[in-house]
Design a protein. Structure first.
Length: 129
């Protein structure tokens, strides 16, 4: 009986530590991406005449997202992650068409999706039950 309690205790501790690590990584990814989106939004609002610069910035965000996606996909539902992929594709289309007025709400939607992913991933008593 003692051995089982020790094994169960180690498993529970391992799960809690893993949850803390994944939460920290998720928060870091979301903070970085949100900052990038806000920076892109500011650039669009300030000087929307340099389209190449905006597309390059979005490509950098896309590259960062691809790197984060590869790790986040291990422990977050793919549906949530795919929503952001879809919005990034829409955003790129708007920037290529130089439709900046339509691009800004898409950036806001991307930030909303990131916030939703973060809230859904958080460890809370509500998410257990």
């Amino acid at each position: 009986m003692k051995k089982e309690i020790i094994v169960i205790s180690f498993v529970i501790i391992f799960i809690i530590i893993l949850e803390i690590i994944t939460n920290r990584y998720t928060d870091e990814c979301i903070k970085n991406l949100s900052d990038d989106f806000l920076s892109l939004k500011e650039e669009i609002q300030n000087n929307s005449d340099d389209n190449e610069k905006l597309i390059k910035k979005l490509d950098e965000i896309n590259e960062s997202w691809d790197n984060y996606f590869n790790i986040l996909a291990y422990y977050i539902e793919h549906n949530e992650l795919e929503k952001l992929n879809t919005e990034l594709t829409v955003l790129k289309s708007y920037l290529e068409l130089q439709d900046y007025e339509s691009a800004i709400p898409v950036i806001d939607k991307c930030n909303f999706i990131l916030k939703h992913i973060s809230e859904k991933q958080k460890f809370a008593i509500q998410s257990i039950f």
